[in-house]
Design a protein around this ligand. Structure first.
Ligand SMILES: [Zn+2]
Length: 682
């Protein structure tokens, strides 16, 4: 029988894809791609856009189209057989990607096309980006330097894996067995049930606390026993270090030093002054000075307010609970008490106002008003589970009659179920690809883990879940509304990391405005809107301790950026020296000397955020500043919505991100709107 993953036209035939197809399909497609690429790279004299770049885009898309449903099914319909097939393919795919990045003939081909005339701006951008990525993978280095570059690459991936492994082992090694339930006073039922379940799984009576987040977080937030909080805090804050209950057993100290040294050396091999500069080569921020000024500005405006946030909790803990001095292991606990007292709001209270059908209809109405698009459900499209729904997006003057131009399609998989990965995300199913021989409409997966319907009650969402839906939908529109013809710079591909969260965080704003909230909510029994008193409380609770949270994010971002920017081989990483300086600058409450936060900062030592943690704040500033134009002109202002669609959503990575932003906003972004929305400035 034919393998449905090979040469499949259109949407994936989910009902026919079986685990045994996966490896064969990947092997076949990789072999076929390698042969085609070899022929292209060596045969085209001279290479042109039409005979070289376009075929390469098509070749890349064939593989993506086959792999997308596999990695998607692995996430949403996991089984042992599928997982094994998926894992078997990962090294093959990453090996192939590395091979392409190092392919000198391909590089020369791109370089030759880039010198030719008659290319449009999108084509130029695609070539620039490709040449940049070739350079960053070391393909144009002299042979001895290239050898060293590859050696460093391998060492870095080994060290990152070791860092993560140490952290995991240290996290798993500690637990606390509790015999007397009185020690758990204050913990909500869900946290106790988890602790009991862990004990049962280990054949123990009583309760077991661990350092995994679902166990750690409720202890810090709710446990009345201060000594217990102190003990758990210390175990958590010293993981994988030379201190704490497992001192020295999984110490990441030397690994961090080595990682910083190698990143610095590798950046210099490529001609950058340091790794922070290397990181910015692929980002929207234009210089290390710009990032440092950006973080410094935010700090300057929020640190005083963060100190007042802390003072407020300190005062509350003193007067209401007789606490002498607030320590780091008290902060979350008394903050939560203060929050409950002041706003008395829970996610459950809002749930009845957000039946999923009402939320979706409202969301689509908001999107139509803003972006002039019609979203309609299509029945009978083959999917992977009965809960999944399928929608199409049409745009254009006569879309109301159903004849508008088909711009994109998406699957929505809304509910949690066994064998489905947690969290929420948007992923690409099909790219937009438009050439003389091919016209592919983009398609996306929107995946959430909402509470499924109970009995004959429809699924009721929390406000946090509504925010999630809007967020993922923002990513989805960025992929689906693209007008860029080539996948390499269309949709979200080619959008710099620090700008990719712009559409998603931007769309969340409509979950907070009365005008749009009324469209997406209505009481499940009566259809009544959210009462004004509840609405006011929900707005106020949103900004509780926002300055303190900002200060915390700035601490991480400044620390991350500075250790990469200021690295000096003669002086080493100075990791805790720099962290201390940053804390003096921005942290309202200084952690104790034993705190080894950096030893567990896997975002930057084992993940992709090195010299890039600032991106979280950068994207928030963009989305708040973009939304402020709607505050000026009307929350549902059509002209402003159309402009966002035209300049941001349709352009993908086909232009410089800052140029696109300025085209929409009329100027470069400022931090004012973010500070104002967070209640940090008036
Ligand atoms: Zn996101």
């Amino acid at each position: 029988m034919a393998n449905p993953l090979i040469d499949m036209p259109g949407l994936p035939p989910f009902g026919r894809i079986l685990p045994e197809h996966v490896e064969t399909a990947v092997d076949t497609l990789l072999a076929r791609n390698r042969a085609r690429i070899k022929a292209l790279a060596q045969g085209m004299v001279p290479p042109t856009w039409e005979n070289f770049i376009e075929p390469l885009e098509l070749i890349g898309d064939t593989l993506e189209r086959a792999w997308s449903p596999v990695s998607h099914l692995n996430a949403v319909m996991n089984s042992e057989a599928l997982r094994a097939a998926y894992n078997a393919c990962l090294p093959k795919l990453s090996g192939y990607a590395t091979e392409l990045g190092q392919n000198r003939d391909l590089f020369e081909g791109y370089r030759a096309v880039a010198t030719q005339e008659h290319l449009d701006a999108t084509q130029r951008k695609l070539l620039d980006k490709a040449l940049r990525d070739f350079h960053l993978s070391g393909v144009d280095l002299a042979p001895d330097r290239q050898a060293r570059f590859k050696e460093i690459d391998q060492a870095l991936s080994r060290l990152a894996a070791k860092f993560a492994e140490n952290l995991l082992d240290a996290t798993n090694a500690w637990n606390k067995w509790i015999e007397d339930e009185a020690l758990l006073a204050g913990l909500p039922e869900s946290a106790r049930a988890l602790a009991r379940q862990i004990a049962e799984q280990r054949g123990e009576t009583g309760w077991i606390l661990t350092l995994d987040f679902p166990s750690y977080f409720p202890v810090m937030t709710y446990a009345d026993d201060r000594d217990l909080r102190r003990e758990v805090y210390e175990a958590y804050a010293t993981r994988a270090s030379e201190l704490g209950p497992h001192a020295g057993q999984w110490d990441n100290g030397a690994i961090m030093e080595e990682i910083l040294a190698l990143r610095h050396e590798q950046a210099q091999l490529l001609g950058f002054a340091n790794y922070a500069e290397r990181s910015l080569a692929t980002k929207m921020a234009r210089s290390t000075g710009e990032v440092m000024r950006f973080l410094g500005d935010l700090a300057q405006h929020s640190v005083a307010k963060a100190r007042r946030d802390l003072e407020e909790v300190r005062e509350f803990a003193r007067t209401e609970h007789g606490l002498g001095e607030i320590e780091p292991w008290d902060l979350a606990y008394y903050s939560e008490k203060r929050r409950e007292r002041r706003y008395a709001i829970t996610q459950e209270e809002l749930r009845p106002y957000f039946p999923i059908g009402r939320v979706l209809d409202g969301l689509f109405a908001v999107l139509d008003r803003l972006f002039d698009i019609r979203i309609r459900e299509v029945q009978g499209v083959e999917a992977w589970h009965p809960d999944v729904r399928f929608f199409e997006i049409r745009a254009g003057a006569d879309a109301g009659t159903g004849d508008g131009e088909l711009r994109g399609q998406f699957y929505l998989d809304p509910f949690a179920r066994p064998n489905k990965r947690g969290g929420a995300w948007m992923d690409v199913c099909l790219n937009r690809l438009h050439t003389a021989t091919c016209d592919q409409i983009p398609c996306a997966y929107l995946v959430c883990n909402f509470t499924p319907p109970l009995g004959d009650q429809p699924s009721l969402l929390t406000h946090a879940e509504v925010l999630t839906l809007f967020h993922e939908c923002g990513h989805g529109l960025h992929h689906l509304l693209t007008k860029v013809d080539y996948p390499a710079v269309g949709g979200i591909s080619g959008v710099p990391w620090d700008a990719v969260e712009l559409p998603s965080q931007f769309l969340e704003n409509w979950c907070w405005e009365r005008e749009s909230l009324d469209l997406i909510s209505g009481h499940v029994e009566t259809g009544a809107p959210i009462p004004d008193e509840l609405y006011q409380r929900m707005r106020a609770a949103k900004n509780f301790q926002s300055a303190m949270q900002m200060a915390r994010q700035l601490e991480f971002a400044l620390f991350d950026f500075r250790i990469h920017l200021e690295y000096d081989p003669a002086r080493g990483g100075r990791i805790y020296e720099i962290l201390d300086e940053v804390r003096d600058q921005v942290a309202p409450l200084k952690p104790p000397a034993f705190n080894r936060f950096a030893h567990g900062f896997s975002h930057i030592f084992a993940g992709g955020y090195a010299a890039g943690y600032y991106s979280y704040k950068w994207a928030e500033v963009l989305s708040a500043d973009a939304f402020s134009l709607f505050e000026e002109r009307g929350v549902l202002d059509t002209a402003t919505g159309r402009a966002f669609r035209q300049h941001i959503l349709e352009q993908g990575g086909s232009r410089e991100a800052m140029d696109l932003y300025v085209a929409f906003r009329g100027r470069e972004p400022t931090i004012d709107a973010l500070l104002r929305h967070g209640g940090i400035t008036a």
